[in-house]
Design a protein around this ligand. Structure first.
Ligand SMILES: Cc1cc2nc3c(=O)[nH]c(=O)nc-3n(C[C@H](O)[C@H](O)[C@H](O)COP(=O)(O)OP(=O)(O)OC[C@H]3O[C@@H](n4cnc5c(N)ncnc54)[C@H](O)[C@@H]3O)c2cc1C
Length: 430
């Protein structure tokens, strides 16, 4: 009995978030047959992995998915979680992608000039594959977590929703990147007592010299700078995001101000001995370093204004409103009254389902502008894939268009190759 022919697709897109659907937008227009798979409902991360009071850190005008620029009444505002989901739903409706939700891609493997794709539905063959499975896969929880008393409730930032989900008592927030700083603020504003282990994340002002800092940086061309021109080159992909918030119309996050209001700040969480948490004595350094970045960005804006003889309200250098009197390096869990811990120390990549030789030893894909060394295999949606906005709502459109061009080029190339190889295509001598 002959085996049933397996389904054949020109392109398979793995992931139905903003990157996957952006990637459908152009092939839809070019009439290239493709299919997308998402193991959850599309936009799963925005629905399920953001807290209730979440709002964008990037201004609404930067929501510029392909053919779907933000058109609402507040281009300089910051959409809240439900508004973001509505914006993304409208985008999905507009693109109308051939996306199958609830279908996990379990294996992608190069074979016969294309790819074997195994999903929870079965197997198919794809000529080309676009990986749009996001940049935030496995929540990082350190081994130390295993030794915390069972009475302490632990969650990762991806599972944080609101202060009410945590037991009464102090909350230890570990990490002060975008998630950690905003979650600490969310708890602090709700009147919860917070102990924050401050990491090495930089910070930036929300507004400076009369405008959102993002607007200035856009004018200065920062969001168009390709990774190849960034001073850190690919190293910038490992950078922690600057902490700042869009909450209540947008404002700075100043951890020193929180300390004045009662938040307890420590340096990096380094260990646990018995009941005692151990912190490195680097809080002063961490706060100073975040402020230096803040002032450096503002100084670059000052220079831009002066180089271009622009009119703008005066600026000022940030002066610390608080500093630790001494470095505190130990804290007894029982004595402190900590009853819960939120790990805000990021995510690690998980591409185990992709069996192709395109990864570094640390599991990160190697690519140039999303194009890998395996013909027909692409990535999209990763932070700094090409520019700062590649992993965000503001820059993924440019990348999707580029990848779509590569897909079309690859198809033409393969079609030409098969014509050359096919005897029927050879000129007749008779
Ligand atoms: C806390 C936080 C705050 C952020 N704030 C902003 C902001 O203010 N502005 C901004 O522009 N960006 C922000 N971002 C960044 C970015 O916009 C989001 O991370 C966004 O969700 C990325 O979209 P994506 O489509 O690339 O990935 P995701 O939204 O992660 O989508 C990937 C999809 O792939 C699916 N998938 C994964 N593996 C498989 C598989 N094997 N088979 C099938 N499906 C699979 C998942 O189910 C998921 O739906 C933020 C990110 C975080 C974490």
């Amino acid at each position: 009995m002959s085996k049933p022919a397996i389904q054949h697709h020109s392109v398979v897109v793995v992931g139905g978030g903003q990157a996957g659907i952006s990637d459908s937008h152009y092939p839809q227009h070019l009439g290239i047959d493709h299919v997308g798979y998402d193991k959850h409902q599309s936009m799963h991360a925005w629905r399920s992995q953001r807290w209730d009071n979440f709002c964008l850190v990037t201004p609404n005008w930067q929501c510029a998915l392909p053919g779907h620029q933000y058109q609402g009444p507040q281009p300089n505002g910051f959409m809240k979680k439900d508004e973001i989901i509505n914006y993304l739903e409208a985008f999905k409706e507009q693109v109308n992608p051939p996306l199958q939700e609830g279908v996990a891609v379990e294996l992608v493997q190069p074979v016969n000039g294309g790819f074997k794709v195994k999903t929870s539905l079965g197997e198919c063959f794809a000529e080309q594959v676009v990986v749009a499975s996001g940049g935030y896969h496995q929540p990082i929880i350190p081994r130390l977590a295993e030794r915390l008393p069972a009475s302490i409730q632990q969650i990762h930032s991806a599972d944080y929703k609101n202060p009410q989900q945590l037991p009464p008592g102090k909350v230890l927030v570990v990490g002060s990147g975008q998630s950690g700083a905003q979650i600490a603020e969310d708890l602090h504003l709700a009147g919860r007592q917070v102990v924050l282990a401050v990491g090495d994340a930089p910070r930036c002002a929300r507004f400076y010299r009369g405008r959102d800092v993002v607007d200035w940086l856009a004018d200065m061309g920062y969001y168009d700078m390709p990774v190849s021109e960034h001073p850190l080159r690919e190293g910038v992909r490992d950078n922690t995001n600057h902490y700042v918030t869009g909450r209540d119309g947008g404002r700075d996050i100043d951890l020193r101000k929180f300390a004045l209001e009662g938040m307890e700040l420590y340096g990096l969480l380094e260990g646990l001995e018995g009941d005692v948490l151990k912190f490195s004595g680097n809080l002063t350094e961490a706060l100073d370093s975040a402020d230096q970045v803040y002032n450096r960005i503002n100084a670059a804006i000052d220079k831009h204004i002066s180089d271009n003889s622009m009119e703008a309200p005066p600026g000022a250098v940030y002066e610390p409103v608080w500093a630790p009197a001494q470095e505190r390096v130990t804290l007894s869990l029982a004595e402190s009254g900590i009853t819960s811990v939120i790990w805000c120390i990021g995510f690690s990549p998980d591409f185990r389902w992709l069996n192709a030789p395109v990864f570094t030893g640390r599991g990160h894909p190697v690519h140039e502008r999303g194009v890998t060394s395996v013909p027909g295999l692409y990535f999209i949606g990763l932070p700094w894939l090409y520019t700062w906005g590649s992993g965000r709502l503001g820059g993924v459109a440019r990348d999707a268009q580029f990848i779509a061009d590569r897909i079309a080029h690859h198809r033409e190339h393969c079609a030409e190759a098969s014509l050359t190889a096919s005897p029927a295509a050879e000129p007749s001598i008779a």
